[in-house]
Write a protein that binds this ligand. Sequence first.
Ligand code: AMP
Length: 182
Amino acid sequence: MEVNNKLMMNKAKENNAKRVFVALGANLGEPLQQLDAAVEALQKVPEINCLAMSKVYVSKPHGPQNQPDFTNAVLAIDTTLSPEQLLDVLQRIEIEQGRERHEHWGARTLDLDIILYANQTIQTERLTIPHAYAHEREFVLQPLADLDETLVLPQHGKITELLKQLPTETMEVIRDVTTYNR
Ligand code: AMP
């Protein structure tokens, strides 16, 4: 199914919705289709309004190198869900889409992480927000910049500055459009 069409679907905006950025990643099966399927699944959640999906990138794995390259993107949403409620939804979608791994840094059919939840800093047993590695990962920062160049990672600074400090990795763009629902 075509994600662009799904993204064009409008949902009533809740006044108290928070702007949240979710990282999408996969390196098993059909990664691009799995990312799009995750966006469709999120769009079906009544409390979530999908706003925009970044360009889609492929990069070498961090951690174990004996696994396929990763496909990554970032999705901007507005949601009335709390951070924990949103994590529950993301973990349900990961399981429903047949996530196969449990090795840290290992291969997976779908990984969904909350990168930013409004401008909040959260540290609980289940959640670290901003996501613990976001500030040092080009495959997170570059798609965030596709969506909003002015974003700031609480405790780390402007994403444009963070990007400049990184060694350039060889990320390949495999979908060169940012899809909007505004
Ligand atoms: P992984 O799938 O390896 O990225 O890690 C999953 C675990 O990370 C889950 O048990 C979550 O509770 C925890 N976690 C901590 N912070 C976050 C976050 N910002 N987004 C998603 N999961 C998180």
